[in-house]
Design a protein around this ligand. Structure first.
Ligand code: GDP
Ligand code: MG
Length: 597
C-alpha cells in the first residue's frame, strides 16, 4: 500500500465508554479478525486487564479497508487507559495522525476524556468525534454533543453516532478515518527515525518492540541504534501486526510494525525512544522522550524469609517487561530482607503486587506507599527520601519538600460540596470551579501527592455515588511543615509503620492510627502497648489487653457455618502475618494509615 493510502489512528475515551468494544468491531468489520476467532475485546489481552476492565498495555492492529474502490491500510494503535500511564498514551498518540474520540452518549465528557483530548491536540491530531452507545434508552446525543463543543471546543457538526455493541455507524467511522485523517508524509529517503510506542519481553525472542516509522526505512538484518539508551542491535525479525505478528521484509516511513533483535530488557528499548540506523544515524531523536520517574514507593517483604531470592528473581523478571519498575534491597530490623520498590502511581503498584502474588506465587507483606520527599539538610545537601523510616533526624534537616499534583474532578453538581470537603481535608488548595454543563462542574485543586496516595479515589467515588471522575498531573515540589510519626509496639519502634505527616495532622492521625492498629493486631498472651510518637514524645497510646479470648466462644450454640467462617478467616489472616518482636502483625496493619476515618 502506497503511503497516501495509509492511515494511523488511535481511539481515546474515558474508561467504560466503549473503546475496546469499538476496536473489536472495527477489526471484525474489516475482516482483520474472523468472527470465530474473536475473543471478547481482542486488544486487551492481559488477564489482569480484562478482570479490571482497564487497558494497561497498548497494542496495535493493521486493517485492510476498501473505500471507493481504493484499498487502504488502517493502523489502529491502542492506548492504555489509566492516568499512571499517560506518558505511554502520549507516545502512542505521537505515532498517529488522527484519533477517534469516543464518548458515551448516555454519560458525557469525563475527566479522562479531557486529559486524552489535550494529549491528542498537543500532538496535532485530527479528531473524529464518535458518540457511542446510542442504542441505550438513556442516550442523549444532542446534550452530549453540545457538552463536547462547549467543554472541549471541538466542532461536532460531523460527529458520528454509533453503537459499538450493535454495530451501528461502524462503516461511517471507517470512511471518516480514510477521508478525514491525513496520510503520513512520505519521508522514506531520510535517515531512519522510528518511534517506539510499546515494547514487551518475550522469554524466547527477547524484547519485541512496537514502533511507527516516522522517516526512512528499516529491514531485516539492519544494524539499528536506540538513541536514548545508546544500545545497538541487529534486526532478527521485522513485521506488521494484523493483529498477530506477520513477518515482512521491510517497513517504510508511515508504517507501523514490530521488530525483534535479541534485546534483553525493555529498558534498552523504552517507549518514546527513537530507533535509527547505526551507520547512518539521524541528526536528532524524535521529540518527547522522557525517563520513567517512579512517584510512589513501598516496601515489599516476603512473609516467609526463605522466599527472598524468589522475590528478587520475580522482580527482575517483571522489570524486563516494565522499564518503569524500580527496586533495591531494603533491610529492616522489623521485617527482615525485602525490597524498596518504585512505581509510576498506585495502579501500577497494585498491578505489580498482584502479578508477584499470582504469577510468582509469592506471599508478601506490603508497607504503606510513600511519595519521594526532598530533604534539605543542614549540611547544605539535598537528599531524596522515599522511605519514612530513613528520614534524616530533625537536627540534621532544615526543611522538607513534598511533591504536589494538580487534580481536576468532574462531578454532577449535587456532590460539589462533598468533594470540596474531601479536597480541603486532604490539604488541597482550591484553584478553580467551573460549570461545564448545566448539571456538571469541574473542580481544580492543588494537592500534596501524599494525600492522593491511598483512598482518595475511593472516597471520590463513594462520595459521588460513582458519578465523579478525576485526573491528576504532577506539578512540582513545595516546602511543607512535615514531621515523622513513629509507631512503637510493645515498646519497640516498628520502622515500616513510620509515616511522614503534616504537623497539624500528627495528633489526630496518631490517635486514629493507634486505635486502628489495636483493632487489627490480634491479642497476645501478654499486654501490648501501641504508641504513636514524635521523636521521644508519645502523642497517642493504646494497649491490647492480654486476655486470650477463645474466638470460638463467641459462637455460642451450634452455628457451625459461622464457626467455620471464623476459622477460615483466622487461617487467612495467619498467612499474612509478620512477627515483629514477639507480636504478630497482620498485613492490614501496614496499610492502616491509608484507611483512617
Ligand atoms: P472501554 O473501557 O472504553 O474499553 O470500554 P468497553 O469497550 O470495555 O465497554 C464498557 C462497557 O460498555 C461494556 O460492558 C460494553 O459491553 C458496553 N458497551 C460498549 N459499547 C456499547 C454500546 O454501543 N452500547 C451499549 N449498550 N453498551 C456498550
Ligand atoms: Mg478497554
Amino acid at each position: 500500500v502506497p503511503v497516501p493510502n495509509i492511515r494511523n489512528f488511535s481511539i481515546i475515551a474515558h474508561i467504560d465508554h466503549g473503546k475496546s468494544t469499538l476496536a473489536d468491531k472495527l477489526l471484525e468489520t474489516t475482516g482483520t479478525v474472523q468472527k470465530r476467532e474473536m475473543k471478547d475485546q481482542f486488544l486487551d489481552n492481559m488477564d489482569l486487564e480484562r478482570e479490571r476492565g482497564i487497558t494497561i498495555k497498548l497494542q496495535a492492529a493493521r486493517m485492510r479497508y476498501v473505500c471507493d474502490g481504493e484499498p487502504y491500510c488502517l493502523n489502529l494503535i491502542d492506548t492504555p487507559g489509566h492516568v499512571d500511564f499517560s506518558y505511554e498514551v502520549s507516545r502512542s498518540l505521537a505515532a498517529c495522525e488522527g484519533a477517534l474520540l469516543v464518548v458515551d452518549a448516555s454519560q458525557g465528557v469525563e475527566a479522562q476524556t479531557l486529559a486524552n483530548v489535550y494529549l491528542a491536540l498537543e500532538n496535532n491530531l485530527e479528531i473524529i468525534t464518535v458518540l457511542n452507545k446510542i442504542d441505550l434508552p438513556g442516550a442523549e446525543p444532542d446534550r452530549v454533543l453540545q457538552e463536547i463543543e462547549e467543554v472541549i471546543g471541538l466542532d461536532c457538526s460531523n460527529a458520528i453516532l454509533c453503537s459499538a455493541k450493535e454495530g451501528i455507524g461502524i462503516t461511517d467511522i471507517l470512511n471518516a478515518v480514510v477521508k478525514r485523517i491525513p496520510p503520513p508524509t512520505d519521508t522514506s529517503q531520510k535517515p531512519l527515525r522510528a518511534l517506539i510506542f510499546d515494547s514487551y519481553y518475550d522469554p524466547y525472542r527477547g524484547v519485541i518492540v512496537y514502533f511507527r516509522v516516522i522517516d526512512g526505512t528499516v529491514k531485516k538484518g539492519d544494524r539499528i541504534y536506540f538513541m536514548a539508551s545508546k544500545k545497538d542491535y541487529f534486526v532478527d525479525e521485522i513485521g506488521v501486526l494484523s493483529p498477530n505478528q506477520l513477518e515482512v521484509d521491510e517497513l517504510y516511513a508511515g508504517e507501523v510494525g514490530y521488530i525483534s533483535a535479541s534485546i534483553r530488557s525493555v529498558a534498552d528499548a523504552r517507549v518514546g525512544d527513537t530507533i535509527t540506523h547505526f551507520s547512518r544515524k539521524a541528526e536528532s531523536s524524535l521529540p518527547g522522550y522522557e525517563e520513567a520517574t517512579p512517584m510512589v514507593f513501598c516496601g515489599l517483604f516476603p512473609v516467609d524469609a526463605d522466599q527472598f531470592p524468589e522475590l528478587r528473581e520475580a522482580l527482575e523478571k517483571l522489570q524486563l517487561n516494565d522499564a518503569a519498575l524500580k527496586f533495591e534491597p531494603e533491610t529492616s530490623s522489623a521485617m527482615g530482607f525485602g525490597f524498596r520498590c518504585g512505581f509510576l502511581g498506585l495502579l501500577h503498584m497494585e498491578i505489580v503486587q498482584e502479578r508477584l502474588e499470582r504469577e510468582y506465587n509469592l506471599s508478601l507483606i506490603t508497607t504503606a506507599p510513600s511519595v519521594v520527599y526532598r530533604v534539605n539538610c543542614t549540611s547544605g545537601e539535598t537528599v531524596e527520601c522515599s522511605n519514612p523510616s530513613a528520614l534524616p533526624e530533625p537536627g540534621l534537616r532544615r526543611s522538607i519538600e513534598e511533591p504536589l499534583v494538580k487534580i481536576e474532578m468532574l462531578t454532577p453538581k449535587d456532590y460539589i460540596g462533598s468533594l470540596m470537603e474531601l479536597a480541603q481535608d486532604r490539604r488541597g488548595e482550591f484553584k478553580e470551579m467551573k460549570y461545564i454543563a448545566e448539571n456538571r462542574a469541574s473542580l481544580t485543586y492543588k494537592l500534596p501527592l501524599a494525600e492522593m496516595v491511598g483512598d482518595f479515589f475511593d472516597q471520590l467515588k463513594s462520595r459521588s455515588k460513582g458519578y465523579a471522575s478525576m485526573e491528576y498531573t504532577f506539578v512540582g515540589y513545595e516546602e511543607s511543615d512535615l514531621i515523622k510519626l513513629d509507631i512503637h509496639i510493645n515498646g519497640e519502634p516498628v520502622e515500616p509503620l513510620a509515616t511522614i505527616v503534616h504537623k497539624d495532622k500528627a495528633y489526630p492521625i496518631g490517635r486514629a492510627l493507634t486505635q486502628k492498629l489495636k483493632e487489627l493486631i490480634p491479642r497476645q498472651m501478654f499486654k501490648v502497648p501501641i504508641q504513636a510518637c514524635i521523636g521521644s514524645k508519645v502523642i497517642a497510646s493504646e494497649a491490647l489487653s492480654a486476655i486470650r479470648k477463645d474466638v470460638l466462644a463467641k459462637c455460642y450454640g451450634g452455628d457451625i457455618t459461622r464457626k467455620k467462617k471464623l476459622l477460615k478467616k483466622q487461617a487467612e489472616g495467619k498467612k499474612r502475618m509478620k512477627a515483629i518482636g514477639k507480636v504478630d502483625v497482620p498485613q492490614e496493619a501496614f496499610m492502616a494509615v491509608l484507611k483512617l476515618e
